[in-house]
Design a protein around this ligand. Structure first.
Ligand SMILES: Cc1cc2nc3c(=O)[nH]c(=O)nc-3n(C[C@H](O)[C@H](O)[C@H](O)COP(=O)(O)OP(=O)(O)OC[C@H]3O[C@@H](n4cnc5c(N)ncnc54)[C@H](O)[C@@H]3O)c2cc1C
Length: 399
């Protein structure tokens, strides 16, 4: 019998909207409440690696992803002076399979793609959730504009400053990584050499790294430049940065690095903060997902991917779930996902330390990178839907 559960998602970012798609694909009734008055995204890239892309393909988004995405088949590593970094054991990263493609995408195009795939009226804008009140058989949601709603399940997809997290008695404490990132997007025609840039390119220097990757099928180049800082920068994705300060950070680096910086019209400063895994993600009928549940440092590009896995996991577990079993299913969700995302958070943290380590010997850095990339295969190979189906079957067997 199809489930009659009404599911409210707080937050219409990448996590919330893909969860809505996944839940709806399994016949659940979904309403998304987003605080912004209009769906806006900053101009920046985001990675959708194979672990997330395969889930999106399965619900019919293959063509759309191909239309907006730049396929990822590996990563090219260079020293700050431009010499390719390799290891005696071969390239520093594994080759990605063409049959199981991941993509780098422009955030706004990706968000529009998901939004357009949802039925009209499923997302209600201008609704900032301020309070939740959980009863035995439902949850009441209150919004800053005076509106209210009720649902059988509430999913908190409201990002790093999550109100839902607070409402279930949690508080996550950010600690600064003592680095910040300058970000920017450059039209590819301004960088003649960029027509050859198919895969991400990462320059590694002492204490700094510089990442470029194409998005929008190569029409734009996304830049993320990590530098040390001893001031606590805003954890913001839109705070303006200083182009001269950025150029000074990379003085003397490889020419494409300097050309990229010189071609920017604007840059943004992003303070990088880490958070320890939360002790729990759900209470009764309320659960967290995405950055509200497991914010992570950006060094392996899994923030969006893990939030997409969360949504598809929830969809499997809530499909045909009777109302009185919701709490059990959300606990199962937490058990499956908390372990995996904590491991991904740890790997992202370790990768960041490696990128900014002071090793002068690039091949040593590459060897270590190869080591963790080999470990990282478990991230890309994971099938979140299959894992949820297996966990549910096991849960059923145990009664
Ligand atoms: C602009 C931006 C740039 C990013 N860049 C990178 C990057 O370069 N690399 C990387 O690894 N990760 C990046 N991230 C993080 C990555 O996108 C996320 O890890 C991933 O997309 C999962 O996000 P989410 O949907 O859980 O949360 P978010 O993307 O933060 O979305 C949360 C949504 O909830 C809404 N919201 C918040 N509070 C409320 C409320 N009380 N009521 C209703 N709605 C609410 C917000 O307006 C927002 O739309 C970025 C995130 C953002 C927002």
């Amino acid at each position: 019998m199809p489930s009659s559960l009404r599911i409210a998602i707080v937050g219409g970012g990448i996590g919330g909207l893909t969860a809505a798609l996944a839940l709806r694909a399994r016949g659940l009734e979904v309403a998304v409440f987003e605080q912004a008055e209009a769906l806006r995204e900053i101009g920046a890239g985001v990675s959708i690696h194979p672990n997330a892309a395969r889930l999106l393909r399965r619900i019919g988004l293959e063509d759309q992803l191909q239309r907006i995405g730049s396929p990822i088949s590996g990563i090219a590593l260079r020293t700050s002076h431009g010499e390719p970094i390799t290891t005696p054991a071969g390239p520093a990263t594994p080759a990605f399979s063409k049959d199981d493609q991941g993509y780098n995408v422009h955030r706004a195009s990706f968000l529009n793609l998901i939004f357009d795939a949802l039925p009209k009226g499923m997302v209600t804008l201008g609704h900032r959730c301020i309070q939740l009140s959980e009863q035995a058989d439902r949850v009441h949601l209150s919004f800053a504009n005076g509106a209210s709603a009720e649902a059988d399940v509430v999913i908190g997809a409201d990002g790093i400053r999550s109100v839902v997290q607070r409402e279930i008695g949690l508080q996550s404490c950010p600690t600064s990584e003592r680095i910040m990132a300058y970000r920017g997007l450059i039209p590819a025609e301004r960088l003649p050499w960029a027509s050859n840039l198919k895969d991400p390119a990462l320059w590694l220097g002492s204490g700094r790294s510089f990442l470029l990757y194409p998005v929008a099928r190569g029409r734009l180049i996304n830049m993320v430049a990590f530098v040390p800082t001893d001031t606590d920068s805003d954890e913001s994705w839109s705070a303006p940065g200083d182009l001269k300060a950025l150029a000074a950070e990379y003085a003397g680096w490889d020419q494409p690095v300097q050309d990229t910086i010189n071609s920017l019209e604007e840059t943004f400063r992003w303070g990088i903060y880490d958070r320890a895994p939360l002790p729990y993600w759900s209470t009764g009928r309320i659960a967290l997902m995405g950055d509200a549940a497991h914010p992570m440092v950006p060094h392996i590009g899994q923030g969006a991917g893990q939030s997409i896995e969360d949504g598809f996991t929830l969809a499997v577990l809530l499909e045909r779930c009777p109302s009185d079993k919701v709490a059990d299913r959300l606990r199962l969700y937490e058990a499956i996902r908390l372990e995996r995302t904590s491991k991904v958070q740890a790997l992202a943290r370790a990768a960041g330390k490696l990128y900014r380590s002071e090793h002068d010997d690039p091949s040593e850095k590459a060897a270590r990178l190869r080591e963790w990339m080999a470990q990282g295969v478990w991230i890309f190979a994971h099938d979140a839907e299959r894992a949820a189906v297996d966990a549910l079957a096991e849960f059923g067997r145990r009664g």
